[in-house]
Design a protein around this ligand. Structure first.
Ligand SMILES: *Cc1c(COP(=O)(O)O)cnc(C)c1O
Length: 371
């Protein structure tokens, strides 16, 4: 049994993937080949945005928008502590200051009441300039964008949706990737829409931002490659990665439906034993992870390991307690919900092709070790 079975998907579409790889080898445009544009159009249409900008990773899909907004020293960017390091790493990398906000105890996404408190606090302190918000669509469920966007508007901040896990999910009829000023997603192999290497994409309706992103993606180029008008990066998506993604994108919506069926079965099997994921009525999760809570988490994980059942902990240590951010001066107790969830959360196998018989084995083992 595997945590994420990438082979099952590959078996379905291998002919198309092989053909697309051969096409790239034949035309030889390994950098910014036609498949990149095709994928950008396809996924922007899927997300419901005007523009898609392919880039080298989910991390660059967050870094490049921050660069486009000229985020730098003195700026405060509000985000969560209960997320993957990349979400806040990109802020620090630009010399700006991540301001961590605790999460909602049901969805594990940013608590928007605490978000506004944090913005007002930073404004009153007068040391940092509140500039943007990065909500994360954790485990696949979009954050509360109506409330977040309203708060952002009121205080003059931009919103960058971290849709690395949420892409494919839906909020009030709109797809993740289209829920804020700009969004970034990841094509890391294990993400809901993953390639066979690194990759990412940025989505926006903002033409001005789009043009800046194109420039930043290629070392801040102006009218041509050797006319540089700003500092950028090498943030390109490889043609091969885009070519591999095209047939995957064709079955993505169907796969989200299959993930939902897997989640429904888990919910039934585990409802009495652990705290199962809470997805709001208005939301569809992309089910990047199926994450559950139990106070005896470590005991259960040891048992699963003994039985050869894969599991993972996303995330054992919130970012405000990581050494990488020790300079920010946070301490244990500052984000009580994030800290509590980090102590009890674990994730079990989740992918579109997970058999019900395997789910029975997994959930029986959890029931056995939860006692
Ligand atoms: C995976 C992930 C990223 C980074 O994506 P990479 O493609 O690995 O750079 C950023 N944010 C979140 C929430 C993620 O899960």
């Amino acid at each position: 049994m595997q945590f994420i079975d990438l082979k099952a998907q590959q078996a379905r579409i291998k002919d198309k993937i092989d053909q697309n790889i051969q096409n790239v080898l034949a035309h030889g445009r390994y950098i910014m080949g036609p498949e990149v544009k095709e994928l950008e159009q396809k996924l922007a249409d899927f997300a419901g945005t005007t523009y898609g900008v392919g880039c080298a990773s989910g991390t660059d899909a967050l870094l490049m928008p921050l660069m486009a907004y000229d985020v730098g020293p003195g700026d405060a960017i509000f985000t969560v502590s209960f997320t993957f390091i990349a979400t806040a790493e990109v802020v620090q990398l630009l010399g700006a200051t991540p301001v961590f906000v605790d999460i909602d105890e049901k969805t594990y996404n940013i608590d928007y009441t605490k978000l506004e408190e944090a913005i007002i606090r930073v404004k009153n302190e007068g040391k940092l300039n509140p500039k943007g918000i990065i909500p994360v669509d954790l485990f696949g469920q979009p954050a509360d964008y109506d409330e977040i966007n309203a708060i952002a508007k009121k205080h003059g901040l931009f919103v960058l949706e971290d849709a690395a896990q949420g892409f494919g999910g839906i909020y009030k009829g709109k797809r993740a990737g289209s829920l804020a000023d700009v969004a970034g997603t990841s094509f890391f192999p294990a993400k809901p829409l993953g390639t066979y290497g690194d990759g990412g994409m940025i989505f926006t309706d903002d033409k001005n931002l789009y043009e800046k992103l194109l420039s930043i993606r290629v070392h801040g180029q102006g009218t041509d490659k050797y006319n540089n008008i700003r500092i950028g990066i090498n943030g390109r998506l490889d043609t091969l990665m885009a070519a591999i993604l095209l047939p995957k994108a064709d079955i993505f919506e169907e796969e989200i439906g299959l993930r939902q069926e897997v989640a429904n079965r888990y919910n039934k099997m585990l409802g009495q034993v652990v705290k199962t994921p809470y997805v709001k009525d208005d939301n569809t999760s992309a089910w990047a992870q199926y994450s559950i809570l139990h106070p005896k988490r470590d005991q259960i994980l040891a048992g699963l390991k003994k039985d050869g059942i894969p599991s993972a902990v996303y995330y054992p240590k919130p970012l405000h307690l990581q050494d990488a951010f020790s300079g920010l001066g946070y301490k244990y107790g500052d984000m009580p919900v994030s800290e509590k969830i980090a102590g009890e959360v674990f994730s079990i196998p989740m992918h579109p092709y997970l058999a019900e018989s395997d789910q029975v084995i997994i959930t029986d083992a959890i029931k056995k070790y939860a006692i």
